[in-house]
Write a protein that binds this ligand. Structure first.
Ligand SMILES: [Zn+2]
Length: 265
């Protein structure tokens, strides 16, 4: 599933590829995928790309195209319309930008103001405002289970299932721990791991799960660096005890029970 690093690789890849291109129009092939007025994009140029959480924001001359890939969405640039395309944009050079989405949960908005779409999002984990002090403040107000809290987009924006498992493993924190039971040292480790794992995944171009591919057709390489995610039964890279799969908040979760202990809390 595309998370912050995967969306970020679209931001940088598309910037190199289609910046300055002019749109002619577009349409929804799966009507629910975009209900906005496509006439807004006519004669609009692609100015720049931004990312907020898992949202990709494409700035046009006057409007914005906002993309959320959800479960299986990917963006395809080319002259044809691939199978499973839900939304298609046409450029004046004959190329198309398609949202290709097997499960059809991905959404696109064409808006003049990005705020209503992204204002619910919490802090950006790689921004300079996400300091240890700020993280301590944010977490002190929470009493819930730590993994669902990391996945809560209004708490921190951009973390999904694989990042959360890798972050908690690196920080030696069991995903079922309550946020208000974390020690000062654990909060520090968690803050450090959030930044470290996300940066590292971006460096490797993200992962490649299901249908995700980078915009230049290049696959992310971070899956090679995963320590626990979807490694059930494989030896922990640190202590060699088998990685276990548990369910936390209805999400498959991967841990080393030796490194991430739950007792005594
Ligand atoms: Zn271990």
């Amino acid at each position: 599933m595309p998370e912050l690093p995967e969306v970020d690789s679209y931001r940088t890849g598309l910037d190199k590829m289609i910046k300055g291109w002019k749109l002619e129009g577009g349409k929804s092939i799966w009507p629910k995928a975009c209900i906005d007025d496509f006439s807004r994009v006519k004669n609009q140029k692609i100015i720049s790309f931004d990312r907020r959480g898992k949202y990709l924001i494409i700035k046009l001359s006057k409007y914005y195209i906002i993309v959320h890939l959800r479960m299986t969405g990917r963006i395809d640039i080319g002259i044809d319309t691939p199978k499973y395309t839900t939304v298609q944009f046409d450029f004046d050079n004959g190329q198309k930008m398609c949202l290709v989405d097997y499960r059809k949960f991905g959404r696109i908005w064409i808006v003049d103001d990005t705020k209503p779409i992204i204002q619910h999002l919490g802090i950006e984990p790689l921004s300079s405002t996400f300091t240890l002090k700020k993280f301590k403040q944010l977490i002190s107000k929470r009493s819930g289970t730590i993994k669902p809290l990391l996945l809560n987009q209004s708490f921190i924006a951009g973390i999904g299932n694989y990042l959360a498992d890798e972050i908690l493993f690196r920080a030696c924190i069991h995903p079922l721990r309550k946020a208000n039971t974390l020690s000062k040292d654990e909060i520090k480790k968690l803050h450090n791991s959030i930044k470290y794992i996300i940066k590292k995944s971006i460096d490797y171009g993200g992962t490649t799960f299901l249908t995700f591919r980078g915009p230049e057709g290049k696959k992310g390489e971070f899956w090679k660096k995963l320590q626990v995610f979807r490694k059930t039964g494989e030896p922990c890279p640190h202590c060699k005890s088998p990685i276990k799969r548990i369910v936390v908040g209805q999400r498959g979760t991967h841990i080393c029970e030796n490194k991430q202990k739950l007792e005594n809390y």
